[in-house]
Design a protein. Structure first.
Length: 100
């Protein structure tokens, strides 16, 4: 019965109570790059930023999905991956990775 009374720490990033610094870092990087790629994709002259940020966000998000442990990490990574993919594809449409 002592186990039922034990308080568990509340964490927004880890539901199993263990620290996951690599996964949390990948999640934050993917979300940041996804936001940058998504916002800059709506400006035609910023296609280099959106395409490169989207590509790097897709790669970090894919690796983050591979090593993720908790559902919250996977959920945030999918949001970041989606935003990165939209930014990447619109950046490619507007001029590509090398300014074509």
């Amino acid at each position: 019965m002592a186990q039922a009374m034990q308080r568990q720490p509340i964490s927004l990033l880890s539901t199993d109570g263990k620290p996951h610094p690599l996964q949390d870092t990948l999640m934050a990087v993917t979300l940041t790059l996804g936001a940058v790629a998504f916002v800059t994709a709506f400006f035609h002259n910023l296609h280099l930023i959106s395409s490169w940020a989207g590509l790097i966000g897709i790669l970090t998000g894919a690796y983050g999905q591979f090593v993720s442990v908790t559902t919250r990490e996977r959920f945030a990574l999918i949001i970041g991956l989606g935003a990165s993919a939209i930014g990447f594809y619109l950046g490619m449409f507007h001029g590509g990775l090398f300014g074509g």
